[in-house]
Design a protein around this ligand. Structure first.
Ligand SMILES: Nc1ncnc2c1ncn2[C@@H]1O[C@H](COP(=O)(O)OP(=O)(O)OP(=O)(O)O)[C@@H](O)[C@H]1O
Ligand SMILES: [Mg+2]
Length: 260
């Protein structure tokens, strides 16, 4: 078990966001969090990353209370890819990925050959080698996103937490990012936990899905258990038609109309 979350409650000042959430994520899973805007998905991901502290309840990470880890230990075990990766200083892609090695450097230590090898390997796995010397400010959204994933990989994490890694990308880059993440998941055994709005992508790539609604768990389970016509109508107020992809059986969703 990589995450065990018990009775998690979270509020910003007095604004309650997450209520009595229970959740386990297994080692090696490709796990997605879906739900309407403002339901607490990003907040949950930030709690799991250790950036926020629960108001009540408990998050266990790799068997220990998340709060027991110091920031450096955490940075060696989990990496976080945020939605807004805006950087306006012209670092090269390579320099950005190298920053992923910071948690492993001692004070004022120069990066070693091993650090550079890890950076190169992270760039290979994300198909960013050919843009290594380009400035991050000049890359397309999809390229920049892949560089940020490479930086996260350079941290050598057991878990990769990603907040809407495909939003703002065209359909080609969306599939490209998802395929890269699946390769990392299957070949490098990196546990993937992502927030994603596209229900078809979530259904196609995830082992399990959490559907959040108003800060509570509405459903958790396999894509076919969670992405159902009834759940989508109840949570998103949308009438949809869902069929099964013939080969692998994941749900495919077609919008019919809004429920007025
Ligand atoms: N720093 C903050 N201070 C106060 N309230 C916040 C803060 N961040 C988020 N919120 C509120 O908490 C609720 C949940 O926000 P969160 O960002 O977790 O939602 P989300 O599910 O990720 O939404 P989206 O799909 O739009 O990204 C929202 O009502 C939001 O306005
Ligand atoms: Mg969000």
């Amino acid at each position: 078990m990589i995450f065990e979350i018990e009775n998690l409650n979270f509020e910003y000042s007095s604004h309650i966001v997450l209520k009595d959430l229970n959740l386990s994520v297994l080692k090696g899973e490709f796990f997605s969090i879906i739900g309407p805007n403002g339901t607490g998905k990003s907040t949950l991901l930030r709690l799991m990353a250790g950036f926020l502290k629960p108001s009540r309840g408990n998050i266990k990470f790799m068997g220990y209370h998340l709060q027991k880890f110091n920031p450096l230990e955490l940075a060696r075990k989990r990496a976080f890819v945020s939605q807004d990766n805006f950087i306006n200083f012209p670092y090269t892609a390579y320099e950005i990925v190298l920053m992923g090695r910071f948690p492993y450097l001692r004070n004022f230590q120069i990066e070693t050959k091993e650090d550079h090898d890890i950076v190169r390997s992270a760039m290979e796995k994300t198909s960013t080698t050919h843009i290594a010397t380009r400035s991050i400010t000049d890359l397309s959204g999809g390229e920049r996103q892949r560089v940020m994933i490479a930086k996260a990989l350079a941290q050598n994490p057991s878990v990769l937490l990603l907040d809407e890694p495909t939003s703002g990308l065209d359909i080609n880059y969306q599939i490209d990012i998802m395929d890269h993440l699946r390769l990392l998941n299957r070949h490098e055994k990196v546990t993937i936990i992502m927030v994603i709005h596209d229900l078809n992508l979530a259904g196609q790539y995830s082992d399990r899905i959490l559907l959040l609604s108003k800060g509570r768990t509405y459903a958790t389970g396999s894509p076919e258990e969670v992405i159902t016509e009834q759940n989508i109508e109840e949570v998103f107020s949308l009438k949809v038609n869902i069929d099964k992809e013939p080969e692998r059986g994941f749900p495919r969703l077609m919008l019919i109309s809004r429920v007025l």
